[in-house]
Write a protein that binds this ligand. Structure first.
Ligand code: 13P
Ligand code: ZN
Ligand code: NA
Length: 283
């Protein structure tokens, strides 16, 4: 039996699709993700890293979340991505954020368990869903940077113990994906993922999806991935559109128009990723 506080992921798990989780950075990225998800009737997760929370501000973020929930009628889940500071997490849980990732994956196993368990126990009082990571991805995400030689693949047996001892709702796995784009052709350890899926019955999470071919991500969805994290490709689409707009309109002086092409570029990426996840018409 699966008892999870993350209904959005449990639905994906039971039906064999994944919920796309997009990292947002401002009002324009958030609204574009939500509008596109609404158009395709896809459930969606809005993810904010610690630096995004600092940039937007906790109060604004929570109010934006409430406004989003009133504006759209698809399942929307706001999620804290790669958070490490327990005090910050607790404060945001109390403010109503429904889903958090406590990332203690850089600690050794026992310490990772101890930290994650503390957060999971706290979150349980509020009905907040908790994601944690076992193993370590390489690459760059916001102010987090991990060298390729420091990446650690998730061990399936350890994963089972980790999930049982921490009481988390979803598990982020390291199977060869990396944050940011890939230098060469990305290679994923699909057999390892299948072995993890055998040991672990909660939804699994794929970080580092930017730069992966759709078919490869779909392979992982067949083997238990229920949440697919996308950050870099959305950032690149945004800046590409912004640059082209400002280049084409050097005299532009109304900030509301600057984002026109950025929104169009982001929309293409969001649609593509939603379709890749198989989450169209699930919301
Ligand atoms: P990418 O930047 O590779 O899309 O990774 C996103 C991610 O894992 C966010 O947590
Ligand atoms: Zn990540
Ligand atoms: Na990536």
């Amino acid at each position: 039996m699966i008892i999870s506080k993350s209904p959005i992921l449990v639905d994906a798990q039971s039906k064999g699709y994944a919920v796309p989780a997009f990292n947002i950075h401002n009002l324009e990225t958030m609204k574009t993700v939500l509008e596109t998800a609404q158009e395709l009737r896809s459930p969606v997760m809005i993810a904010a890293t610690p630096s995004t929370v600092r940039y937007i501000g906790k109060e604004f973020l929570v109010k934006m979340m409430e406004a989003a929930q009133q504006t759209y009628d698809i399942p929307i889940c706001f999620h804290l991505d790669h958070h490490e500071n327990i005090e910050d997490i607790k404060e945001l849980i109390e403010m109503g954020i429904p889903s958090v990732m406590i990332d203690a994956s850089h600690h050794e196993f026992e310490e990772n368990v101890r930290i994650v368990r503390e957060v999971a126990q706290y979150a349980a009082r509020f009905g907040t869903a908790v994601e944690a990571e076992l193993g370590r991805l390489s690459g760059i995400e916001d102010d987090m940077e991990v060298d390729e030689k420091d990446q650690i693949y998730t061990n399936p047996k350890e994963a089972k113990e980790f999930v049982a001892r921490t009481g988390i709702d979803s598990l982020a796995v390291a199977i060869g994906t990396a944050h940011g784009l890939y230098k060469g052709e990305p290679k994923l350890d699909i057999d390892r993922l299948a072995a993890i899926q055998k040991e672990v019955d909660i939804p699994l999470v794929l970080h580092g999806a930017s730069g992966l071919p759709d078919e490869l991500v779909q392979e992982t969805i067949k083997r238990g991935i229920c949440k697919v994290n996308v950050a870099t490709e959305l950032k690149l689409a945004f800046v590409k559109g912004l640059r082209s707009y400002l280049k084409a309109h050097p005299e532009a002086s109304d900030p509301r128009f600057y984002f026109h092409d950025a929104v169009a570029e982001m929309k293409k990426v969001i649609m593509e990723k939603i379709k890749m996840c198989g989450s169209v018409n699930r919301g």
